[in-house]
Write a protein that binds this ligand. Sequence first.
Ligand code: NAP
Length: 252
Amino acid sequence: MSVFISGASSGIGEACARSFAAAHHNLVLVARREDRLKKLSQELRDQFGVQVTYFSLDVRDRIKLERLAQLHADVFQDVDILINNAGLARGRDVIQKGLPEDWDVVIDTNLKGLLYVTRTFLPGMIQKRRGHIVNIGSVAGHWVYQNGNVYCASKFGVRALSEALRYDLHGSGIRVTEISPGMVKTEFSHVRFDGDQEKADAIYAGRTPLNPEDIAESVLWCVQRPAHVNIQEIIIFPTEQPGVQPITPKLD
Ligand SMILES: NC(=O)c1ccc[n+]([C@@H]2O[C@H](COP(=O)([O-])OP(=O)(O)OC[C@H]3O[C@@H](n4cnc5c(N)ncnc54)[C@H](OP(=O)(O)O)[C@@H]3O)[C@@H](O)[C@H]2O)c1
């Protein structure tokens, strides 16, 4: 029995890997940056004595994913818990100035990548009549914020797919949970602003965001509920973020 985590090379995915390893789960980690996965895997094996397998994978690459699942069927068949975390935003322009190549990356990763990975594990989970899929959505999947357009659309899509999966898998015993975080301090903004650290830092200026560990704790808690309990969704904001809209300075 092991836990598959996409996007485990950084942020929320890496924190999930640490939390689940600490709870004695074996892990299968994927992301594109193999060097980071290698280092994290060794650290978790040494620290917690768990088995950790990692693969360099772009979740948009359906052919490579299928090949990995075939070549490493024993590893893939052992997965009971899937954490669909790999995701990103690119840019923060209005649609009329947005770059279609950025839209492709966001939609292909956040939606199609999640679908490809999920589809890979469903037959095995259905056969075993056991499994838990945790999708990392976003508050951007509940409310659109200014200039959030395509990223929000992708996360609205993740929410739709989480709901759809619960219907499609009805009777299988497989649970589907969505965790929808507000602002979390990770590499997310650095990636969104194409490496512009000043712009990324400005997002968190003057307030305390969530840590990736705050989200990982919730993911673990959902998975640890008894089999007849499915936490369908958790929305988690930092205390200092009342909603998705930008906030003006506090009134006296
Ligand atoms: N940070 C926030 O404020 C926030 C809020 C709500 C929701 N979220 C969601 O939380 C999830 C994790 O983001 P994060 O905040 O932890 O950001 P992060 O630190 O940038 O981590 C993103 C992870 O996704 C991986 N990834 C991106 N594209 C990928 C691809 N095509 N194939 C495989 N892996 C890919 C990255 O690994 P590689 O680059 O090595 O591939 C990285 O491990 C995302 O779905 C994001 O939308 C974040």
